[in-house]
Write a protein that binds this ligand. Structure first.
Ligand code: SF4
Length: 491
């Protein structure tokens, strides 16, 4: 049996080759993937899924499924089949599909300004090549910032978020002040503007926090876990990165409110085996969740060989243990969530798109986020500029002072990457039941395989995501309490 069932138009009244009394229905397009030897996951174009025993799937595909069974009723109510009782199914499915792709029309909402490449840390897995703190040759200029603001405000998106990154962006704080003021002045209230500084907080001052409070700027910081682990991952003179991060988080919360300060962790080899302690650290600081992130294959992560320091399987073991622990905490009445699972669940259980760049198809490069680098170069994503730091500028789309908006966003490489990586038509993805939840990561696949699409059988992106999708569905199928919990995460 082919993995992809072609749309079959069938006589709804039991004729055309079917004997009287046999069930009669049309199949709507769907895909299926084995969940375990007994069960399959089916998904439709709108991203709704069902889990069916193998026999029910075969009966369904062969038009033999009894119309009185629970499986039949589920398939009908989720628009996997049409029969005489469901004359609005196609319209309903079309509305759901339109809702799912609505974000594409919004175009680029996230604009990343790398205001400096300088940093006072020297983290072994850092994804950009940090430069010494005092070399201002690695700072963005106000002229470049002006041009980048103009490009950002050309985006049709009603909501524009500007994120300041580095290096350590606070080393060029005067430019952050300038960009916030100029963006507000130029937008003249026509957009919903949001600003975030991604900082390690080591050099945060009262002046910075006062500015964030007055201008409505959020802070996103890094916290890899307990003191020993964090300081091992984030070496700096004085070995006090953890202390500075903790005190910075407290001061920032006092200044701008707890809800405006978030933290991100990165999993290094030293993190493996310590997921509970890492989560406990986030709980102790009263964060409401954690994003268990693997290393990206860029920059110093590869240069120092730390990327290859653990396999996909070891990371999955870490991730699943962490997820189990988070579920256990919720069972004890502690509301806490894992953010990657929450984003995937939003795609599985609702028709909304969380807008996470790595889980978009067409790919999120330039459509979801774009990067204005410290030297004025424009990159299709944060990973694309990291790739360029390693010597491959394939995804350099232009320069803020040399190219127009049209030249940048209609760049040939970008269009080619977007078209080639649309997972709906990519080999293997086109047959995969998880395609509606997955993404296309042309930058990572180009970086590792020199191909926008990538060979999925060798792709770590595919292996990691496929395992997570299956794991989340198995958990929901095995326990109604987990399904209820995951539904609240999705919403
Ligand atoms: S990348 Fe892998 S998991 Fe994702 S849709 Fe393609 S085949 Fe499925």
């Amino acid at each position: 049996m082919s993995k992809f069932q072609p749309l079959t138009f069938y006589d709804r009244n039991g004729g055309a080759g079917r004997g009287a009394g046999k069930p009669s229905y049309e199949l709507m397009p769907f895909r299926f993937t084995e969940l375990d030897p007994q069960r399959f996951v089916l998904s439709n174009q709108a991203g709704e899924y069902l889990v069916l025993p193998k026999k029910d799937l075969y009966d369904f595909a062969e038009h033999r499924l009894d119309a009185t069974t629970e499986a039949y009723l589920d398939l009908r109510s989720h628009q996997f089949l049409i029969d005489a009782h469901t004359n609005v199914a196609k319209e309903l499915l079309a509305i759901k599909v339109r809702t799912r792709y609505e974000r594409v029309a919004n175009f680029t909402g996230l604009h990343i300004f790398v205001v400096t490449l300088r940093c006072e840390h020297s983290c072994p897995y850092c994804q950009v090549s940090r430069q010494s703190e005092d070399s201002s040759a690695f700072d963005m200029t106000s002229e470049q910032a002006d041009a980048a603001i103009d490009l950002a405000l050309r985006s049709p998106s009603k909501a524009i978020k500007i994120e300041f990154q580095g290096g350590e962006p606070l080393l060029n704080f005067p430019l952050i002040r300038y960009i916030v003021a100029e963006t507000k002045r130029k937008a003249q209230g026509s957009r919903e503007l949001g600003f975030v500084i991604a900082t390690n907080l080591a050099i945060v001052t009262d002046e910075v926090l006062e500015f964030c409070r007055e201008e409505g700027v959020c802070i996103s910081t890094s916290l890899d876990g307990p003191q020993d682990l964090h300081n091992k991952n984030r070496p700096r003179t004085g070995r006090d990165s953890y202390q500075r991060a903790i005190s910075g988080i407290k001061r920032a919360r006092d200044a701008i409110g707890k809800e405006n300060v978030s933290a991100l962790m990165t999993t290094t080899e030293a993190s493996l085996g310590h997921v509970k302690e890492i989560i406990d650290e986030y709980l102790a600081l009263d964060f409401k969740g954690i994003f268990l992130r693997p290393l990206s294959p860029y920059g110093f992560a590869i240069k120092t060989k730390s990327y290859r320091a653990y396999s996909v399987d070891r990371w999955l073991e870490f991730y699943k243990e962490g997820l189990d622990y988070v579920i256990e905490l919720n069972r004890k009445g502690i509301a806490f969530r894992e953010f990657y699972a929450s984003m995937v669940l939003k795609k599985m259980l609702t028709f909304e798109d969380p807008g996470y760049v790595d889980l978009m198809s067409p790919a999120g490069v330039a459509l979801g986020a774009i990067v204005y680098n410290y030297d004025g170069a424009v990159f299709a994503s944060d990973e694309a500029r990291m790739l360029a730091e390693m010597g491959d500028d394939k995804f350099r789309l232009g320069h803020v002072l040399e190219n127009t908006y049209e030249e940048i966003f209609l760049n040939e490489t970008l269009l080619e990457a977007l078209e080639a990586s649309f997972s709906y038509s990519v080999p293997m993805c086109t047959d995969c039941a998880f395609e509606p939840y997955c993404g296309a990561d042309p930058v990572q696949h180009w970086g590792l395989q020199k191909d926008f699409v990538g060979r999925k059988t060798e792709s770590e992106f595919c292996a990691r995501n496929m395992a997570i999708f299956k794991h989340l569905i198995k958990l929901m199928e095995s326990d109604a309490g987990i399904k209820r919990l995951f539904t609240t995460w999705a919403q």
